[in-house]
Design a protein around this ligand. Structure first.
Ligand code: HEM
Length: 231
């Protein structure tokens, strides 16, 4: 990963190799000399030493560490972020694509419809422009979205209550420190939210139908501030 970043950085300084991807965004972020440049050879920086000794809660520590408005990404943070994204996307994305291919193999009519849509999005130069993914390929989006409903990579999500919290109208109070499991798989297959839930039916996610779906009955990427960055 360090070599990839160094190569990409070198390409950038030569004025070539500008990519439309996340590594480019990270590299384009200003690099400043900050606490990360003071890392000693054991890999202990000031922040991790401070974190190890603090008695603050996680939320307080986050505020303490990240409330610096002048904060920019150092090289070490770019490396850490790139590694996080690499591992977070490493098994999830290939498995989503494999299940999508599997569903298309089982549903040749849907496969044909998708094939026709993709062919129609090809420009005269034989390319599909990047922005066509969001503007010209609604069925592709629906196929992938529906496939991830049937095959979510995370079967459940977990949150930990930071404070007592009453769930309005339910008579249930979550106690501080309690774990809350959110059953993604069960929600995705619930007939309460999805008519004929076992059917692979991309039409559920076509623009005209999306409003019929319950927002929190579809959680393959989680939700909220800690939801998936790759969503
Ligand atoms: C189909 C592909 C993917 C699926 C199904 C998926 C799913 C998820 C899920 C379920 C979570 C937990 C969210 C929550 O607890 O609310 C998550 C977190 C995360 N994902 Fe993904 N992910 C995918 C691809 C990616 C990719 C490509 C990246 C990197 C660019 C990525 C980066 C992350 C990160 C950084 C987190 C942690 C967010 C946080 O804790 O603040 N994911 N992902």
């Amino acid at each position: 990963m360090r070599r990839v970043l160094a190569d990409r950085k070198a390409q950038g300084s030569l004025g070539k190799g500008q990519y439309n991807d996340f590594i480019q965004l990270l590299l384009d972020a200003d690099v400043t000399v900050d606490r990360d440049e003071k890392v000693d050879n054991n890999g202990d920086d000031q922040a991790s030493e401070w974190l190890a000794n603090t008695t603050e809660t996680t939320a307080q520590s986050d505020r303490h560490l990240f409330n610096n408005t002048n904060k920019r990404l150092s090289e070490r943070e770019i490396y850490g972020t790139a590694m996080t994204f690499f591992f977070a996307g490493f098994s999830t994305t290939p498995s989503a694509l494999a299940f999508c291919a599997y569903e298309l193999a089982l549903n040749p009519d849907i496969q044909r419809k998708l094939y026709d849509e993709i062919n129609g999005a090809i420009d005269s130069d034989g390319e599909i422009p990047y922005d066509a993914l969001t503007t010209r390929l609604p069925y592709l989006d629906a196929v992938v979205t529906e496939s991830i409903r049937l095959h979510p990579s995370s079967l459940r999500l977990r949150r930990n209550a930071g404070a007592d919290y009453e769930l309005e109208g339910t008579g249930i109070t979550l106690k501080a420190g309690e774990d809350i499991d959110i059953p993604v798989f069960a929600l995705h297959y619930s007939p309460d939210y999805w008519p004929n839930p076992y059917k692979f039916d991309p039409d559920r996610f076509m623009p005209d139908n999306r409003h019929l779906n319950h927002t929190y009955a579809y959680l393959p990427f989680g939700t909220g501030p800690r939801g998936c960055v790759g969503n």
